[in-house]
Ligand binder design. Structure first.
Ligand code: TXA
Ligand code: MG
Length: 351
């Protein structure tokens, strides 16, 4: 008999086959699911052996806790000891949506495999109707880390999931490319002073949160990347293609300087940039355009672009930077990790 998670046939499920996918999930199989942010790797959060398989197929460090996905806020109530005063306003403003909230969890509600041994659990209601139906039909909360091999860019299409996890999971529910392109904002609501803390930036910004609940703090680690990590998960290198990535700040002129430098050093170049830059800059070996020069489209296509360029025969990726405001904070957070913090600006020394 085949052992679960080993050389299984990975089936692509359509919207008409959600019942079948939900049954498999409930029985302990792994099903990848679409969300508005990135694709998640789903397993029954109440089935410890299924959750263990999630870590195994991703190759994820086992002390990094998982997000529990729910189909509505009612589902959360069963597992949480107390809700801070900001909860109702946050739920009504941002759920379903790209906001993950961390609450104190009832003892033994979830296994240590889900919580990483913490007294808290992260919950999210994704804004994708197929996945909400899937969770409802499964009748259980679903853990869902991004459905990529650990350390690779998160998947924003079913194809990306298939590429990383084919043969290792029972199926993928396909709903086309995701809308936002980077993972949810993670907000810790359990800090002792009562001020919620952003642990990971996402499409729900600090300003948007503060407009609804007042003061919000940002984990210092996000500001000073060199500091020791305060939250689990943050110490792991993420989103890295194999080809080295450099961020280009300063538009066309700096792209041209960087390309000259690379060619002088006999490096083949790939670009991740908007249409106009790709048309106007010097000819390079490979390009991935994210279309309009907006941070929204850059964010939507970031992981797809890094994955596509990583498959080609190039030596370096030059990727377009954006100002760190609004969604630009989440975009630059992911891009800096992919680039290992390497940034080129006007008249950077190109040697
Ligand atoms: O958009 C998303 O959030 C996607 C989609 C699939 O929903 N999911 C996702 O999951 O990004 P994952 O597992 O790749 O990221 C979860 C993050 C990690 O950085 C983890 O350390 C943090 O949330 N986290 C989870 N539970 C936590 C907890 N109790 N305390 C602190 N951080 C926690
Ligand atoms: Mg991830």
């Amino acid at each position: 008999m085949k052992k679960r998670g080993e050389n299984v046939e990975t089936k692509l499920f359509t919207v008409d086959e959600i019942d079948q996918a939900a049954n498999l999930l409930r029985q302990g199989e792994l099903i990848a699911f679409p969300t508005e942010t990135v694709y998640g790797l789903g397993a029954n959060a109440l089935d410890e052996s299924a959750v263990k398989q999630v870590y195994a197929v991703k190759g994820r460090p086992s002390d990094n806790p998982l997000i529990v996905h729910v189909s509505d806020f009612e589902m959360v109530k069963e597992y949480v000891t107390d809700f801070p005063k900001q909860t109702a306003a946050l739920v009504s403003a941002f759920w379903p949506g790209p906001l993950t909230m961390i609450f104190n969890v009832k003892p033994a509600a979830f296994s240590k495999t889900v919580t990483g041994g913490l007294q808290t659990v992260a919950f999210r209601m994704p804004n994708n109707q197929q996945t909400i139906d899937l969770i409802k039909k499964a009748g259980v909360p679903i853990v869902g880390p991004s459905a990529n091999t650990s350390g690779k860019p998160s998947p924003t299409t079913a194809d990306h999931v298939y590429h990383d996890l084919e043969g290792k999971i029972a199926g993928i529910l396909d709903d086309g490319p995701t809308q936002i392109g980077v993972e949810s904002t993670v907000l810790d609501l359990t800090s002792s002073d009562g001020v919620p803390v952003i642990l990971r930036p996402g499409a729900v910004t600090k300003e948007q949160l503060e407009a609804v609940i007042g003061q919000v703090a940002v984990d210092q680690h996000l500001i000073s990347e060199s500091e020791a990590p305060k939250a689990p998960g943050m110490k792991y290198k993420h989103y890295s293609p194999d080809v080295p990535v450099w961020i280009i700040e300063g538009g066309l002129e700096v792209f041209d300087q960087a390309i000259d430098w690379a060619f002088k050093n006999h490096k083949k170049v790939g670009l991740f940039a908007d249409d106009q830059i790709i048309v106007e800059t010097k000819k390079v070996n490979e390009t991935f355009s994210f279309g309009q020069p907006s941070v929204e489209s850059a964010t939507k296509w970031l992981f797809a672009g890094l994955r596509a360029l990583d498959e080609t025969e190039i030596d370096v990726i030059f990727a377009q930077g954006f100002p760190e405001t609004g969604l630009g904070i989440a975009y630059m957070n992911r891009l800096k990790k992919a680039a290992n913090q390497k940034i080129l600006k006007k008249d950077s020394i190109f040697e």
